[in-house]
Design a protein around this ligand. Structure first.
Ligand code: NAD
Ligand code: GLY
Length: 356
């Protein structure tokens, strides 16, 4: 098992990465001097796989199972959880545990941050994306009709319990999509990690633990310096401006989040190269890593206008436009303005000039 402590304004956030950790959860929670969680929350897919066993191990009667899917990452689920915790008599000194992908950890993290003005929470991520990104760093929240993650908080999990064995049941497409966030972090802070990108590597391979931990380490260093995204943390949005627009323009149906981010990283690599920020050898290294995520759903049949419309409503935009993150030879450059023409050109390059 590998351990890491992230220092945050709310105190330390402990990260444990290993195998078979869920079976040992009670001991690990005790060793971290945390109260035993009084509520296990998962979803209808992960609950039967892991959540119910975890609840039993924690001597709880049941695992709460939220409906599965991004469309259920909404306020009524948060309200429902808080009401359930009230009915159960959870106090401010209690803790809860979320086990699942980023939808579950974002929702439960948010509920825990506002229940009784904040109770401690533990994240047990079971997707690659949640292991390396969503469960680390304390961003919580749910979606509104207007867009994704529009209400939320910064509320650090006291413990992130990453049991790599759970990736065994994760559909391969989800695994490949999660790898996009690994590439993102590797690009920002650990370029050698790009050589380890291989979504088809058997989960039993010990390299998975290394890959997950090193990716978390990159994010941890950034979060320690800029927890509330005043500057440096924006780097973690590499590939996300166009990625979010692609997801929104296709009604969140064509791309998994990581797949859209992979396209977004291809796009910003092209823009950065055109601007002379990214030399060819570096561009090739980034693109080669993204190639290993293929097949990605294609970027075809989307009107550039629709993409531009969704870019304009990006959370990272202000009155002067979207603040893009562009890759550079040494890392990334933040707060870049990208013109409509550049977006149109890059969409053509990605294969989407055919408007519908
Ligand atoms: P997800 O939570 O929807 O999980 C993907 C699918 O895999 C779901 O059907 C889920 O039930 C299933 N699943 C999860 N673990 C499994 C397992 N071990 N075996 C079998 N099936 C399993 O999607 P995700 O990609 O994990 O997370 C996406 C969410 O994360 C988005 O809402 C995004 O906004 C959020 N996110 C948050 C942050 C953050 O910093 N808070 C960062 C990145 C993404
Ligand atoms: N996923 C980006 C961040 O946590 O800041």
């Amino acid at each position: 098992m590998q351990e890491l402590e992230i220092q945050t304004a709310h105190g330390p956030s402990q990260v444990l990465v290993g195998r078979g950790l869920l079976a040992d959860a009670t001991r690990l929670v005790d060793e971290c001097a945390l109260p035993r969680p009084r509520s296990v929350v998962s979803n209808t897919t992960v609950g039967p796989l892991y959540g119910r066993v975890l609840a039993t191990a924690l001597a709880l009667e049941r695992c709460t199972e939220l409906p599965d899917g991004e469309e259920h990452k909404v306020w009524p689920q948060v309200q429902g959880l808080c009401t359930e915790w009230l009915d159960q008599g959870l106090h401010r000194s209690d803790a809860v545990i979320a086990i699942g992908g980023g939808v579950v950890t974002d929702t439960v993290g948010f509920a825990s941050s506002i229940y009784m003005r904040g109770v401690r929470w533990i994240a047990a991520p079971t997707t690659l994306l949640a292991m390396v990104d969503a469960s680390v760093g304390g961003k919580t929240g749910v979606n509104l009709e207007h867009g994704k993650n529009l209400i939320g908080t910064f509320w650090q999990p006291s413990l992130v319990l990453v049991d790599v064995d759970t990736l065994e049941t994760l559909p391969e497409r989800e695994r490949r999509a999660g790898m996009a966030e690994v590439i993102k972090s590797a690009w920002i802070g650990d370029r050698d990690l790009l050589d380890l990108i291989d979504p088809s590597r058997p989960i039993s391979d010990p390299l998975w633990e290394e890959l997950v931990m090193r990716t978390i380490q990159v994010k941890a260093r950034i979060v320690e310096e800029d927890e509330r995204e005043a500057g440096l943390r924006k780097a973690l949005n590499l590939g996300h401006s166009l990625g979010h627009a692609l997801e929104a323009a296709t009604g969140y149906k064509r791309f998994l989040h990581g797949e859209a981010v992979a396209w977004g990283m291809r796009a910003v690599a092209a823009i950065a190269a055109e601007r002379g920020l990214l030399a060819n050898p570096w561009r090739r290294q980034l693109e080669a890593a993204i190639d290993r995520l293929e097949p990605l759903p294609p970027v075809v049949g989307m009107a550039p206008d629709r993409i531009l419309h969704h870019l304009a409503s990006d959370k990272k935009s202000d009155d002067s436009g979207v603040a893009w993150v562009l890759p550079s030879d040494g890392g990334v450059v933040l707060d870049q303005r990208v013109s409509i023409e550049e977006v149109q050109d890059v969409l053509e390059t990605l294969g989407s000039s055919a408007a519908v």
